[in-house]
Structure formats: C-alpha cells, structure tokens
Design a protein around this ligand. Structure first.
Ligand SMILES: CC(C)(C)CCc1c(C(=O)O)[nH]c(=O)[nH]c1=O
Length: 310
C-alpha cells in the first residue's frame, strides 16, 4: 500500500500535513511536524511584520472541536521564508509557505519577495484575511478575490494555492469557480475555520475565548460535513489542473479517507493536531492504511474523488 501523493508537481510521501496556524508558528514547532509521520508542513500564515496576536484565552479545545480568535500571531514573513528556503536546501519533506497579508498591498509585497527568492515550493495565500474594515473577508468579496489574483498573476510564476473559508450556498461555488478557473492556481485548500461562532460557559456566563466578544473560528467535528461538501463542490467545478487540499474535521484515518474520496489530493489536520500533537500523524497514516487494506486499495488514486452518486 502506497500513500504517496503529488500536488502541482510536488511529491508528498503521504497526504497528511498540519493546517496553517496549528503547531507551525516557530521553527521548533515546524521541525516537530517534519520529524513526525506527516508528509509535509505548512507555516503559520505570515504577515509582513511579526505580530503578537490577540489577548488570551484565544483558543479553546471543545468536546466536538475548537474555537479560536488568534489574531494572526506569527514571527513575520522573513522568518518563514528563511525556514522554507533552508528546508528546501535540506530536501526535507515539502514546506508550504502560508501568507496572510493584512492588505492587498501586503499580499502582493510578500508574493514579490517569494518570486525573487530561491523558494520554488508551494505558497498558500490565506484569503480569509481581512479586507478593508467593514467589508467581508476577501474570500467572501468576489471582486476582491478577482483583484488579488489578477494582480498576483501579473508577476507570480511560482506555485500558488489559496486557502478558502467554507461556502454554504451552491451559487457561491458556481460564481467563484468561474473566477478561479481563469487562473493557473496550483490548488484550492478547503476549508478554513467556520467563521464567527460563539461558545459560552454557562457556569461563568461568559464566552470561552476573550477576543472579539468571544466570536471565533470553529473547527473540528462540528465542521466536517461542511468541509467535505466544500472539497466535493470544488472538485466538481474546478479545472483538473487545480489541485485540492481537504481541511476540516479530520481526527481519524476514516476522516482522511472521506476527504480523499471527495477529491482531496492532500489532507490537513488542525483541531485534532492541536489537542493530540504531532504523534497524530503516525496514528492517521496507520488508520488510513488499515482502511485501504480492508477495501483492497493499493494507492490513493484507486479511490480519490470516486465518491459514488447515491
Ligand atoms: C482570521 C484571520 C486573523 C483574519 C486570519 C488568520 C486565521 C486565524 C487567526 O490567526 O485568528 N484563525 C483561523 O482559524 N483561521 C485563520 O485564517
């Protein structure tokens, strides 16, 4: 049984990575993921300048998932570009460089720096980043998405993927796919956390996280059906040249199998990694292998995207 997978010409020994934001903000955390059974690692979404992020508590694990309003705490673009270039030299498992500019100008400035750098790996542009205040996040403002991609692909010739939040209306998939299919994207990563949930503690009568009045992104089991639907919807609508990373609700090998069945080329783990640590990747590869053995599949291609129509 082989778990190898490739995305935009980059080969992964297995399809499993961390989700940007989880266990990936420092070189130590990144090294721990690379030292684990993970097939690769994604950096915390970088902003141009380092950021402390929001006040704590800003993450809370829950029985069925998690809520977070981290506020983009990160060591800054230079630190993650240096890490990505160093590990490219060392020919370790692939490092995906995640970017989340606080403005269109910052997005373009970071992409220009990558374009001029020695980094030839995958870049993941987080489109859940804020837009102009008072407007929805970039990914929910299709004119803003068009603007970013139009300007990026004027000069960016390396491998660019985008991280998208969940969409809940089929007309949104149709409209956005028509836009995305115009660009030479390496992949689409679905989904980011389900935005602005609210978890409260009935004993203290307060939200469980402090920033934004307790509003935060929801992850974990809560979002798996939405994550699978987004993976499937994008696979059905995007050019086959655009790969798919499935993220959301992965805790077991069967969850990984379901994302692959819906069309994912790679699968990322957030909430469950935050609670279990990088050892989860050995468990997930073991469990995925067991599922495949039971079903008689030898490779991921034997079943990737082959969800049957009822
Ligand atoms: C939510 C933003 C702060 C605008 C982007 C960074 C981010 C965060 C975060 O740093 O709060 N959390 C998520 O679950 N997803 C994200 O994309």
């Amino acid at each position: 049984i082989k778990l190898t997978s490739s995305l935009a010409g980059v080969t992964f020994a297995n399809p499993l990575l961390n989700a940007a934001g989880v266990h990936c903000a420092t070189p130590t955390e990144l090294d721990e993921v690379l030292a684990s059974a993970a097939g690769g690692v994604v950096t915390k979404s970088a902003t141009l300048a380092p950021r402390d992020g929001n006040v704590r508590p800003r993450f809370q694990a829950l029985p069925l998932g998690s809520i977070n309003s981290m506020g983009l705490p990160n060591q800054g673009f230079d630190a993650y570009l240096a890490y990505a270039c160093a590990h490219q030299q060392a020919a370790t498992a692939p490092v995906i460089l995640s970017l989340a500019g606080l403005s269109l100008a910052d997005d373009l400035a970071m992409l220009r720096r990558v374009q001029e750098s020695d980094f030839t790996g995958l870049v993941e542009l987080n489109l859940s980043c804020p837009n102009v205040p008072g407007k929805p996040q970039v990914a929910y403002d299709f004119a803003a998405v068009t603007r970013v991609l139009d300007q990026a692909f004027q000069f960016f010739t390396k491998r660019l993927g985008i991280k998208l939040p969940p969409y809940l209306d089929l007309a949104q998939f149709d409209a956005l796919a028509a836009i995305l299919n115009r660009y030479p994207l390496a992949y689409v990563n679905a989904i980011n956390s389900l935005g602005n949930g609210l978890v409260i503690d009935p004993l203290t009568e307060r939200p469980v996280i402090r920033p934004k009045g307790g509003f935060g992104g929801i992850g974990g089991a809560y979002v798996k059906p939405t994550a699978l639907a987004n993976v499937r919807a994008w696979r059905q609508r995007l050019n086959p040249t655009i790969g798919i990373i499935g993220t959301g609700g992965v805790r077991t090998g069967t969850d990984v199998f379901e994302h692959l069945l819906c069309g994912a080329d790679l699968v990322q783990v957030g909430t469950a990694l935050a609670t279990e640590g990088p050892a989860i990747f050995a468990r997930l590869t073991r469990e995925l292998t067991a599922v495949m053995a039971t079903k008689g599949y030898q490779t991921l291609a034997d079943f990737r995207g082959k969800l049957q129509v009822r």
